[in-house]
Write a protein of this length. Structure first.
Length: 140
């Protein structure tokens, strides 16, 4: 999703990599060396502040996206699935299904870390990926 002024500046795009996963979009190249290669993140992995264009996009947004990937790794699906507009609506109005309701073997500390990473308010998420990783560490 490009802002209109950026889309106009980039112009025509060509597919650079067409990855074969339903939740990964292809990489696009504008053909101009000054632009390089970029990708458009599917809405289901965007933080609420990124998806709505509100709030600062920073490390907390990355933590949310990483939490979405972990959630999908553990459950088989992202936290919210539907059409893009429905995903946005769910993200803003509903809580995702807790991971242990889908897979009861997920350790409690992992569930707690995942819930914090997927907090809808950026300030409630981990401040760094290192803190997220520390919270995920489970003694065996």
């Amino acid at each position: 999703m490009l802002k209109p002024d950026l889309a106009a500046a980039v112009g025509a795009l060509t597919t650079t990599a067409n990855l074969q996963h339903p939740h990964i979009v292809p990489l696009f190249d504008s053909g101009e060396a000054r632009w390089g290669v970029f990708y458009v993140m599917p809405l289901m992995y965007m933080s609420p502040e990124q998806a709505t264009g509100g709030g600062e996009i920073g490390p907390a947004s990355d933590i949310y996206s990483l939490g979405c990937v972990l959630y999908e790794m553990l459950s088989g699906d992202p936290p919210y699935t539907a059409s893009p507009m429905a995903v946005l609506t769910k993200m803003l109005t509903q809580r995702h299904t807790p991971i242990r309701e889908i897979r009861d073997t997920v350790p409690g500390p992992v569930e707690a870390a995942l819930e914090k990473a997927l907090a809808s308010v950026a300030a409630d998420r981990f401040g760094t990926a290192e803190k997220f990783a520390e919270a995920l560490a489970v003694e065996r």
